[in-house]
Design a protein around this ligand. Structure first.
Ligand SMILES: [Zn+2]
Length: 160
């Protein structure tokens, strides 16, 4: 075994360790999913009448939207909202706080808001019509293949 071989093997192992460390850093924690009734009826919001300070949008998770909706729109207390989302009161408080901070950040820095599934699930599968932007789930005679409003087949799943 010559020294060049040993050195090349060393760098190979070092590269593998760096790749492993880089991937480990971004591995998601094994989070419990949070139940939501329905995904938001929009993909995002854009500020207008202003000059945006940042082009980086604020990502609002479905469970954060649900927490805001339950606490600030439906006026439920944290205990009631946590039961509906099948999470502890402390977890609900954390999600709710994150949601408020993200909305504040978007408003103050005039940044766009985009929604994403986050760590949420729904009991029904929801779809989005790419033609009329309606959101719908399987109910009645609707088989989820076509949009119940415009009958378009150009639809995509919103959640898993
Ligand atoms: Zn439609």
């Amino acid at each position: 075994m010559n020294s060049c071989f040993i050195i090349s093997q060393f760098f190979l192992i070092e590269n593998i360790l760096i790749i492993f460390a880089a991937n480990y850093k971004y591995m998601p924690r094994n989070k419990r999913l949070r139940k939501i009734v329905a995904p938001p009826r929009f993909s995002g919001y854009k500020p207008y009448g202003c000059r945006p300070q940042s082009s980086i949008p604020v990502e609002l998770f479905f469970e954060e939207y649900e927490a805001l909706k339950l606490a600030d729109y439906k006026m439920l207390n944290h205990e009631q909202a946590a039961i509906l989302m099948d999470i502890s009161r402390a977890t609900f408080a954390r999600i709710y706080e994150n949601a408020r901070r993200k909305i504040a950040l978007a408003l103050v820095e005039t940044r766009e808001i985009v929604t994403s599934t986050g760590s949420s699930y729904t009991e029904k599968k929801w779809k989005l019509c790419n033609n009329c932007h309606a959101r719908f789930n399987k109910s009645g005679n609707n088989t989820l293949s076509a949009c119940p409003l415009c009958s378009s087949e150009n639809t995509v799943h919103i959640n898993f």
